[in-house]
Design a protein around this ligand. Structure first.
Ligand code: GAR
Length: 198
């Protein structure tokens, strides 16, 4: 079966992007990373993608102001020529509109640094510590219009330790993220999991 063609959308460091690129180096992996696109021209991940020989695109959101859909049309235009099958959000820090999400319905996945449905949104590690959570973790899920709410593909829990700081907890969760994102993309690329309608 042909490998699925994947675009990764990033806004920053790109460590999850690197985890996906590394998994896809194995030619038996069912997906290949053909494009990395960022809304942040200075995203560190862009350099890392270029170093890995992957095509990159920058679509700065700023010129579009509040017009999210105009930004997304430009993003879509950058993605389109690459015949992409699956889009992976990896630290992509823009909310997407239903227009973009419905275009990619069932083929758009995201990684979130918490055990969804707990701790949707930002600052998940600080909030998990403040709540006295004993477990925290990471989730890969299909994207739906409601933020951080789509069907879950893979989750991994990590313990919260008594002397954890936001930084130590974030590092433990990030290691879990790097394990589960390649697993989740494999499941989607092989068609072994599917988002149900709606
Ligand atoms: C990751 O922890 C990812 O889960 C999180 O941003 C970080 C990006 O790191 N994503 C979100 O918070 C999405 N709302 P990375 O650029 O090194 O992959």
């Amino acid at each position: 079966m042909a490998r699925k063609r994947v675009a990764i959308l990033i806004s920053g460091r790109g460590s999850n992007m690197v985890a996906l690129i590394e998994a896809a180096r194995d030619t038996s992996y069912p997906a290949e990373i053909v494009l990395v696109a960022s809304n942040e021209p200075d995203a560190q991940g862009l350099e890392r993608a270029r170093a890995a020989g992957i095509a990159t695109a920058v679509v700065d959101h700023r010129p579009y102001g509040k017009d999210r859909q105009a930004f997304e049309h430009a993003l879509q235009a950058a993605i389109e020529p690459h015949a992409i099958d699956i889009v992976c959000l990896a630290g992509f820090m823009r909310l997407l509109t239903p227009w973009f999400i419905s275009h990619w319905d069932g083929r758009l996945i995201n990684i979130h640094p918490a055990l969804l449905p707990a701790f949707k949104g930002l600052d998940t590690h600080a909030r998990a510590l403040a709540a006295g959570a004993k477990q925290h973790g990471a989730t890969v899920h299909f994207v739906v219009p409601e933020m951080d709410s789509g069907p879950i593909i893979v989750q991994q829990a990590v313990p919260v330790l008594p002397d954890d700081t936001e930084a130590t907890l974030a590092a433990r969760v990030l290691a879990a993220e790097h394990r589960i994102y390649p697993q989740a993309l494999r499941l989607v690329a092989e068609g072994r999991t599917q988002k149900t309608a709606g």
